[in-house]
Design a binder for this molecule. Structure first.
Ligand code: OOG
Ligand code: NI
Length: 461
C-alpha cells in the first residue's frame, strides 16, 4: 500500500470524535440538550461580543469550536493503558502531561491524549483524559486481589481493533476503508455495557472501598464517562442549565470570570443512575455525567505559578472545600484573589504570564522592504505590523479534575491516600514518556514567530 493512500491520523481523529459524540448522544440524551445550550450561547456570544469572534478568527479556533470536545475514561491495568496509548496513536493522539489525583482522594493518576501540533489541533482538538486505577493505594489485600483477578480476565479491545492497530504500526498508516473500520471497532471499547462482569455482592464490596473502583472493575470496558463541549461563556451556561432541567454542580472550577479567559473553567452535572445486570441480579450504577468547559490562554510557568498561588489562597481563605453552602463566598474570594492577575493581553504578554501566537498583518506585509521599519517584536507590535492572540490552553487542571471527579462520585466516604505522585510508574505502565505541555506551547509560539519573521522578510525576531 503506497503511503499516499493512507488517511491522515488527524482525519481519523476527527471521524472518531464525531462518532463518539453521536454514540454519547444516544447513550446519554441530556448530552444532546447540553450541546444545544452550548451552541445557542456560543452564537449569542459571537453576535454580542464581536471582539471574541474576531480573536477566534485570528487563531482559527472559530472553525474548530463546534467540534471541540474532550472525553474521559478510566482503565484498570498497565496493559490496558499501554494498548489505549497505541489505539490513540493511530489517531495522532499522544499522552501529554501527568496528573496525580491521589492527593485529592481519588486513587488514580492520569494523562491527556491529544494532538500536539497546532495544525493538527486545528483539524481536531479532540482530547481524552485517561486515568489509571492505582490498586496499590488500596489498603485491603483481599479486595485488591479480587479486583486484579477480575481485571486480568477482561479484554477491552475487539480483535479487529487490535489487528488494525498492529497493521497501522507495521505499515505506517491506514487506508480509508481500514480507517473507517478502525473507528467503529475502537468505539466498542468506549461504549456503555449494561452487563456487569461481577456479582451484586462483589460490586458492593468494590463500591464500599471506593465508588471509582467499582466503576473501573465491575464492567466490561472503560465506558466514556463524559463528553465535554467547549463554550465561550460558562457563566451563561451555569445560569442557563437549571431552566433546561440540568442541575449544575455548586461551583465552576478554575479561574474566575475574566475579560480575557485563562486556562480552563469547568462545570458539570451529576451522574445518571443506570440500570445494570450483575451476573446474578439486577441493580444500578452511577458514573456517567455531563460537563462543559470554557478555555482560555495557556500560561507560562510564571503565569501558572501565579494561578496556583491565587487558587491556593482562595481555598485557604474559604477554609474548606467549595460546596453548595459556601458557593457565593467562594466566588467572591476567587474574584478578590485574582485581581492580582492582569486581565489584559498586552500586560500578560509583557509580564510573560501566557503563551501567544503572532500574525503578520496586512500593514506589516505592505511595509516589507521599506527603510526604517521596526524590526524588534515590540516595535512591530507597536507599529501594527504584527498582531498577537493568546495560545489556547489544550490541557487539564489537577485541582479542577479532582473537583469534577468528586462532584460525581459523591461526597460520602472521601478517601485519604496522601500525596503519591509517581510519574515514573505511570510512564512505565504507559510504555512511553508523557510529553511536557509547556514545551509544546513554547514550540508553537516559536513557530508562529518564525512564520512572521519569514513572511515579513526579517531575520530572527
Ligand atoms: C475525569 C475527571 C477529570 C476534567 O475535565 O478535568 C476531567 C474522570 O472523571 O474520569 O475530565
Ligand atoms: Ni472532563
Amino acid at each position: 500500500m503506497p503511503a499516499h493512500d493512507f488517511v491522515s491520523p488527524d482525519s481519523i481523529r476527527a471521524q472518531f470524535s464525531a462518532a463518539m459524540s453521536l454514540m454519547y448522544k444516544q447513550e446519554v440524551p441530556l448530552y444532546g440538550t447540553l450541546l444545544e445550550l452550548v451552541s445557542e450561547i456560543n452564537q449569542q456570544v459571537m453576535a454580542e461580543q464581536p471582539q471574541v469572534a474576531e480573536a477566534l478568527r485570528w487563531t482559527g479556533e472559530i472553525e474548530r469550536l463546534d467540534q471541540e470536545r474532550h472525553g474521559a475514561i478510566r482503565v484498570g491495568t498497565a496493559a490496558e493503558l499501554a494498548t489505549i496509548a497505541r489505539l490513540f496513536a493511530v489517531m495522532g493522539m499522544h499522552p501529554v502531561g501527568y496528573y496525580d489525583l491521589s492527593s485529592a482522594g481519588v486513587p488514580v493518576h492520569s494523562t491527556a491524549f491529544r494532538a500536539v501540533h497546532e495544525q493538527s489541533l486545528h483539524i481536531s482538538p479532540f482530547r481524552v483524559f485517561t486515568s489509571l486505577l492505582r490498586l496499590e493505594l488500596i489498603d485491603n489485600p483481599p479486595l485488591r486481589e479480587l479486583a486484579q483477578g477480575i481485571l486480568g480476565q477482561r479484554q477491552i479491545f475487539t480483535p479487529r481493533a487490535l489487528e488494525l492497530i498492529a497493521q497501522c504500526e507495521r505499515e505506517g498508516g491506514l487506508n480509508a476503508s481500514d480507517a473507517e473500520t478502525f473507528v467503529s471497532e475502537a468505539l466498542h471499547t468506549f461504549r456503555w455495557h449494561h452487563d456487569a462482569t461481577v456479582t451484586a455482592e462483589q460490586y458492593q464490596q468494590l463500591h464500599d472501598q471506593h465508588r471509582l473502583i467499582a466503576d473501573v472493575v465491575a464492567f466490561k470496558g472503560p465506558h466514556i464517562n463524559h463528553l465535554t463541549p467547549r463554550t465561550l461563556d460558562i457563566d451563561a451556561i451555569q445560569a442557563g442549565m437549571p431552566a433546561k432541567g440540568i442541575p449544575p454542580k455548586a461551583v465552576v472550577e478554575g479561574p474566575p470570570t475574566r475579560r480575557h479567559p485563562i486556562l480552563l473553567r469547568q462545570t458539570s452535572f451529576k451522574a445518571l443512575q443506570e440500570k445494570v445486570a450483575f451476573s446474578d441480579a439486577q441493580g444500578s450504577h452511577t458514573a456517567r455525567f455531563g460537563e462543559i468547559e470554557q478555555r482560555g490562554a495557556a500560561l507560562t510557568p510564571k503565569g501558572r505559578e501565579l494561578y496556583d498561588r491565587l487558587l491556593d489562597a482562595t481555598r485557604a481563605a474559604l477554609g474548606g472545600v467549595p460546596a453548595e453552602a459556601n458557593a457565593e463566598r467562594y466566588r467572591s474570594l476567587l474574584e478578590q484573589q485574582f485581581a492580582a492577575f492582569p486581565d489584559d493581553l498586552g500586560q500578560m504578554r509583557e509580564q510573560g504570564l501566557a503563551y501567544f501566537r503572532y500574525f503578520a498583518t496586512e500593514q506589516g506585509l505592505a511595509a516589507r522592504g521599506l527603510a526604517g521599519r521596526p524590526t524588534t517584536l515590540q516595535g512591530l507590535i507597536d507599529a501594527g505590523h504584527v498582531h498577537f492572540e493568546a495560545l489556547v490552553y489544550e490541557d487539564f487542571l489537577p485541582v479542577s479534575a479532582a473537583g469534577i471527579f468528586q462532584s460525581n462520585l459523591g461526597d460520602e466516604g472521601q478517601a485519604e491516600y496522601g500525596s503519591n505522585a509517581n510519574r515514573e510508574a505511570f510512564e512505565q505502565a504507559l510504555g512511553l514518556e508523557v510529553q511536557d505541555e509547556l514545551a509544546l506551547y513554547a514550540q508553537s509560539e516559536r513557530r508562529s514567530l518564525q512564520a512572521c519573521a519569514q513572511v515579513l522578510d526579517l531575520g530572527a525576531m
